[in-house]
Unconditional design. Structure first.
Length: 313
């Protein structure tokens, strides 16, 4: 059952943010494009099962493009509620029927220098300015865990009819288009059932939230402010993020990876690597440093680092 909050009319999704992360990782990390030597990887040290021995595989990465996701679970108020979210949306002439979905920003912990939201925003601004990645909140459009699980299940089954292949999750023939240079994430139905919301403004308090319809449209920030171009679904987010990656689009090479990481940490404004409790690996091992950074963001701020990875032949 859905959880009815103690505040009465508010409904909270009956699953956690971790469930969202596990579900999406299962769809992204299992995709393989062997003929194009490309994959999508969780990019943190805790995910070493795919990397194996660092020293062996550092030389096998030709280039990568990082992106960041902060997974959220939705809550909702019905259209007849007197909650501020409903009042704000009505004042902005935005849809509230039958429910308005939303998620809150995460509060700052006593030992944190800044709010998670602002760090995600600065990561996005740096990556967007260099054309090397993106960052966004990712939230399912389901309140009920069983409905979410069912959509995940059927989305997976929709590709398993290719049983004669060695690996039915090898979707290269299904997802590559435009001469093999465009990844059609919109062919994975469940990705369209997640809204992606890029952080758009610096905050000085966590007392803010993003709201949207059950279809993931009409995004508002409660201020209140209507953001007509502020959201997309996860499939659209990934398609835009991967544009040009399979061709000659920008990638971070291993030679430039340490410099790019230093600039990204500086842009995030949360201290130097030494301040954050880790040091760059001896010998300049760039991928190990990126994995360490991803592990730090995940543990400290709940921000997950992923990467499109291009592998050597």
């Amino acid at each position: 059952m859905l959880r009815r909050n103690r505040y009465g009319l508010r409904l909270d999704a009956n699953y956690t943010e971790d469930v969202v992360g596990f579900a999406l990782e299962s769809f992204l990390a299992v995709m393989t494009f062997p003929r194009r030597r490309f994959s999508i990887e969780p990019f943190s040290r805790a995910k070493e099962r795919w990397l194996g021995a660092d020293a062996r595989l550092h030389g096998e990465i030709r280039g990568f493009r990082p992106f960041y996701m902060q997974f959220k679970r939705p809550s909702a108020y019905p259209d007849f509620s007197s909650a501020g979210i409903i009042k704000d949306r009505k004042a902005l002439n935005r849809q509230v029927s039958p429910h308005a979905l939303y998620f809150d920003l995460r509060n700052k912990q006593p030992h944190h220098r800044d709010f998670q939201h602002n760090i995600l925003l600065r990561l996005r601004r740096r990556l967007q300015s260099t054309g090397l990645g993106d960052a966004a909140y990712v939230c399912p459009l389901f309140l009920d865990r069983s409905a979410y699980r069912t959509h995940l299940h059927w989305s997976g089954l929709s590709h398993r009819f290719r049983f004669w292949h060695r690996d039915p999750w090898d979707l290269e023939d299904v997802l590559l288009d435009n001469g093999g240079n465009t990844i059609r994430f919109d062919n994975i139905p469940v990705l369209a059932e997640h809204i992606t919301v890029p952080p758009h403004v610096t905050v000085t308090t966590a007392n803010h939230r993003y709201s949207f319809t059950e279809a993931g449209t009409e995004l508002c920030f409660h201020s209140p402010e209507y953001l007509p171009d502020g959201a997309s679904n996860l499939a659209q987010f990934l398609m835009a993020l991967s544009e040009g990656f399979l061709d000659r689009g920008k990638k971070i090479s291993t030679d430039a990876a340490n410099e790019e990481l230093e600039n990204l940490i500086k842009a995030a404004e949360i201290g130097s690597p030494d301040d954050l409790g880790f040091k760059f690996a001896d010998g300049g091992a760039p991928i190990a440093n990126w994995l360490e950074w991803g592990d730090y963001l995940r543990h400290e701020y709940g921000i997950e680092q992923y990467a499109f990875v291009s592998w050597e032949a």
